[in-house]
Design a protein around this ligand. Structure first.
Ligand code: GDP
Length: 297
């Protein structure tokens, strides 16, 4: 991951401060300038950066930091803690229905990794939590989507619910939940249609599916490589669908990581999972603290 910017910049200022008996407010200011530039370079939303810097500064120019033996390290600690907070603090777990099946609706733009993530999440739930998921093919517009899900189902040896591409996605979702109840599957993961851009027709249909099956989780799958766009997409989906969580995909790629930092801050929706590759096992729960440490190096 390309977060070297922040590490290098902070190490640079720390070196300059080494040997100095006391750290001044001016030193802290200089460090904050570096943090600010690194975050902007990492494509973090500028409003988020502004608030972040203000929060860190307020804590970092406190006497605890200025009086400590390693003030530079103390500033880094504060940056780390505030970054963790910004990304949600605690790890946010998947909700479960009181009475199975738990319904998870997966939404997002085309190419974000939705269908792949349906398979990954199903695999994760079975492997880590011994659950039995049903995959539901409700993306009837992208011709290959149903086939793709069926192939994933075969690979994972998991059932896939499909009614082809001539039945409405709302009906498919409803029938899938009914089927899961009958078969005692404890999760239904619904793959929905995406588009290249956010449009109202897509949102209307997703809202109808949502009303029809009242999902326990409405997860937005968003491509971390798209930086600021990821944040805009998350805002639009959240306004219309009241998301319960975000899955950030392609964190294995050469992303500058800004999306990871801004999505939660802007939408106040927790990032629940991170996609870290194309294979079915390349999904992990998103840990804000680990992510912050990775950013800081
Ligand atoms: P959908 O249109 O949203 O359903 O997108 P797909 O599930 O078809 O995924 C689009 C492409 O992104 C595929 O080539 C996936 O293999 C790839 N992809 C999905 N998630 C990840 C990820 O976490 N890392 C990487 N490197 N590729 C991913």
């Amino acid at each position: 991951m390309a977060f070297e910017g922040l590490q290098e910049r902070l190490q640079g200022t720390l070196k300059k401060m080494k040997g100095k008996g006391k750290v001044t407010e001016q030193d802290v200011k200089e460090m904050m300038r570096e943090v600010r530039l690194a975050l902007l370079e990492a494509d973090v939303n500028f409003k988020v950066v502004k608030k972040f810097i203000a929060d860190v500064k307020e804590r970092a120019v406190g006497q605890d930091v200025l009086d400590s033996l390693t003030p530079g390290q103390q500033v880094i600690k504060v940056v780390n803690e505030e970054l963790t907070k910004l990304m949600g603090g605690e790890q946010s777990k998947l909700r479960a229905a009181q009475k199975p099946p738990t319904v998870v609706m997966m939404v997002g733009l085309q190419g974000a990794g939705k269908t792949t993530t349906v398979g990954k999440l199903a695999n994760y739930l079975r492997k880590e939590h011994n659950r039995k998921p049903l995959l539901a093919a409700a993306d009837i517009y992208r011709p290959a989507a149903i086939d793709q899900l069926q192939t994933l189902g075969k690979q994972l040896d998991m059932p896939v619910f499909s009614l082809g591409d001539q039945v409405s996605p709302v009906e498919i979702a409803k029938q899938a939940v009914k089927q899961a109840k009958e078969d005692h599957q404890d999760y239904v993961i619904i793959d929905t249609a995406g588009r290249l851009h956010v449009d109202q027709e897509l949102m209307d249909e997703l809202q109808q599916i949502k009303e029809a099956v009242s999902p326990d989780e409405t997860l937005l799958v968003v491509d971390a490589m798209t930086g600021q766009d990821a944040v805009n997409v998350a805002e639009s989906f959240n306004n219309q669908l009241d998301l319960t969580g975000v899955v950030l995909t392609k964190l294995d790629g050469d992303t500058r990581g800004g999306a990871a930092i801004s999505v939660k801050a802007v939408t106040d929706t927790p990032i629940k999972f991170a996609g870290i590759g194309e294979k079915s096992d390349a999904l992990e729960p998103f840990h804000p603290e680990r992510m912050a440490s990775r950013i800081l190096g």
